[in-house]
Design a binder for this molecule. Structure first.
Ligand code: SF4
Length: 183
C-alpha cells in the first residue's frame, strides 16, 4: 500500500513524502496551548479547529484507529521573507493537492484520516458555531489542531521541515489501516 500511496503523492505534485513514524503522532498539550493562544485567529472559530475538533484525548483516540501513514509536503520559492503572496499561493496549491490526494486514498483504503495544513477554508465563512458544518465529509482538521508537533513528525519520519532560505513548506499527512484488526 505504501508504494501505491507514494506514487499517488508524486502524481498529485507533492515535493517530498515519507512513511510516517507513527510513534511521533502523539497529541501534545503544548501544541494545543499554541492553538489556544490564537495567533492564527481560528481558535473557537471553525468546526475543523479546537475546541470543536475534539479534546486531545479524542484526537489521540482518532489517531490510534490507524497504524500507518504518509506525510506529504509542498515546497515553493519565495522572493523574500515578506513574500506573502507566494506563501498563500504555495498553501493554496498544497491544500488543492491534498484534498485530491485524500479523496484518492479514501477510495483506495476505504477509511483514512487526512490531517491537513491550516484551518479548513472550504467555505468563505465557517458556519461555526451557529449552524452545522456544510461539508462534514470534506472538512479536514490540521495536524496542529490534532495536537501534533509538525516539525517533530517530519524529523522522525525522515523529512525536512524547512528547506532553506527563500523557501516555504506546507506539510500534511494521511493515516490509514494496514490491518483490519486496528480499531
Ligand atoms: S466545511 Fe465550511 S462549515 Fe465546515 S469546517 Fe470547513 S469552513 Fe467550516
Amino acid at each position: 500500500m505504501i508504494e501505491t500511496l507514494m506514487a499517488l503523492a508524486a502524481e498529485n505534485g507533492f515535493s517530498h513524502w515519507a512513511a510516517a513514524d507513527m510513534s511521533a503522532l502523539t497529541p501534545r498539550q503544548d501544541v494545543r496551548d499554541m492553538c489556544c493562544a490564537d495567533r492564527c485567529g481560528r481558535w473557537n472559530a471553525s468546526w475543523s479547529c479546537p475546541p470543536a475538533c475534539g479534546t486531545l484525548e479524542q484526537t489521540a483516540a482518532d489517531i490510534r484507529r490507524f497504524d500507518a501513514g504518509l506525510v506529504v509536503q509542498t515546497t515553493g520559492a519565495l522572493a523574500d521573507e515578506f513574500d506573502y503572496a507566494a506563501m498563500e499561493d504555495i498553501q493554496r496549491r498544497h491544500k488543492r493537492s491534498f484534498e485530491s490526494f485524500a479523496r484518492q486514498v479514501r477510495l483506495l483504503t476505504g477509511e483514512c484520516l487526512p490531517l491537513s495544513a491550516g484551518s479548513c477554508t472550504l467555505c468563505r465563512r465557517c458556519t461555526y458555531p451557529d449552524r452545522p458544518c456544510r461539508f462534514p465529509q470534506r472538512r479536514m482538521a490540521s495536524m496542529e489542531a490534532y495536537g501534533l508537533l509538525v516539525s517533530d513528525v517530519c524529523q522522525r519520519s525522515g523529512l525536512g521541515y524547512y528547506y532553506g532560505t527563500g523557501t516555504m513548506t506546507y506539510t500534511s499527512c494521511v493515516l490509514y489501516k494496514t490491518k483490519n484488526e486496528v480499531t
